[in-house]
Write a protein that binds this ligand. Structure first.
Ligand code: KG4
Ligand code: ZN
Length: 361
């Protein structure tokens, strides 16, 4: 079976071809991602209208390049899988309309995929992880714990009630005059810093459960930065390093403790091959990875971090999720709609706060 995947929910236009066979399992034949960073750089964030136009302009090109790379044509495809939400509505519509056109034109079946399911099923594409496994999604737009029971069965154990960690890293970098994306700059600066110089809060650790909050860290950082400036007359390199180290340490501590709690819930379902997997750009952070790796080994659980190109937004994960869901009997047709909001687990308890805000919700 060969699947064409399309992704356009935020600021990456993606097209990919994934194949599957009984003997060889899943293979990525092409995975084309066209980023839009340059288009949004001047605005300090993703501009939905600009993103949607760029997706509409580039999607057919991305599809063409992916098919060329795989040395296949549209008529060789057995399925077209497209991100149908959640995300910025204009971008999602661009992808869905393109996929419908390709499906109708070539007579290939169509399936709409939840973007978060794409992330959550990636460890099966890369490492063949058996169900059920625990997934921590940590990116610029997402932060949640999921028990992945099957291709369409996700149990949400908790998540952020405000900012995602990546967003907090990006804001921290902006407040300290470090370059974007903030994650790598903050991690770099933190290497030479002292984490204990400034007191950062550990939000929601005093509350039971797996929900998290990261927006308070940014306020704490702002206050600590202003304190350092008034003390030193300016923000020195050492101040920057200490602030980054303190901030990163707080994020690590929160993720470590909340993951420990999520693991407890997961282990209670007695999985045969227990594993925790991560996805999202923040999974690139060395300190966070180290914290999660040692936690996993303490609990005798495998730790799986797919390669970064498959942790961040891409269409191979959408093609793969579509493939699994199609094989499980899911079908869509030309009535498929774009959904700006689409929770993976509709049965989970409502969030403590207002839920995810921002472009990458
Ligand atoms: O998954 P991603 O590419 O995009 C979405 O949010 O969908 O994640 C991007 C986020 C950015 O906020 C970036 O600052 C963060 O991941 N990030 C990091 C690191 N590398 C990227 N955060 C912390 N440490 C890093 N090394
Ligand atoms: Zn994503």
């Amino acid at each position: 079976m060969r699947v064409l995947g399309l992704e356009s929910s935020c600021d990456d236009t993606g097209a990919a071809v994934v194949s599957w066979s009984n003997g060889a399992g899943a293979r990525i034949l092409a995975n084309k991602v066209m980023g839009q960073e340059a288009l949004h750089a001047a605005f300090g964030g993703v501009v939905p209208e600009i993103a949607a136009r760029a997706h509409a302009e580039k999607m057919d090109l991305a599809v063409e390049q992916a098919l060329d790379h795989a040395d296949l044509t549209l008529r060789d495809m057995d399925l077209i899988a497209v991100t149908a939400g959640p995300g910025l509505i204009g971008g999602v519509m661009s992808g869905v309309m393109c996929a419908k056109g390709l499906s109708a034109g070539a007579g290939v079946p169509l399936i709409g995929v939840n973007h978060l399911a794409g992330h959550a099923l990636t460890p099966r594409l890369t490492d063949g992880l058996p169900y059920p496994y625990l997934m921590l999604l940590v990116s610029g737009g997402h932060c949640q714990f999921l028990l992945v029971h099957g291709p369409t069965t996700f149990e949400r154990l908790g998540g952020t009630i405000d900012d995602a960690p990546g967003e907090a890293f990006d804001k921290t970098a902006r407040l300290l005059g470090l370059p974007q994306p903030g994650g790598p700059s903050v991690e770099n600066a933190a290497r030479s810093g002292r984490a204990d110089r400034f007191a950062f809060p550990r939000p929601l650790l005093d509350r039971p459960g797996c929900d998290m909050s990261f927006s308070g860290l940014k306020t704490a950082l702002l206050r600590a930065r202003d304190g350092a400036v008034s003390q030193d007359g300016t923000l020195t390199e050492a101040d920057r390093a200490d602030l980054c180290a303190g901030f990163q340490d707080a994020v690590c501590a929160v993720l470590h403790e909340k993951t420990r709690r999520a693991l407890e819930i997961y282990m209670a379902v007695s999985p045969d091959h227990p594993a925790i997997a991560v996805a999202g750009g923040v999974a690139a952070n060395g300190a966070i990875r180290a914290a999660l790796t040692s936690l996993a080994s303490e609990h005798g659980v495998a730790f799986v971090a797919p390669p970064l190109a498959l942790c961040t937004d891409n269409a191979a994960m959408i093609a793969y999720a579509g493939l699994e869901q199609y094989r499980a009997g899911q079908r869509d047709d030309l009535r498929l709609g774009a959904r700006p909001r689409w929770p993976l687990d509709t049965n989970s308890a409502p969030l403590l706060g207002g839920g995810k805000k921002g472009a990458k919700a």
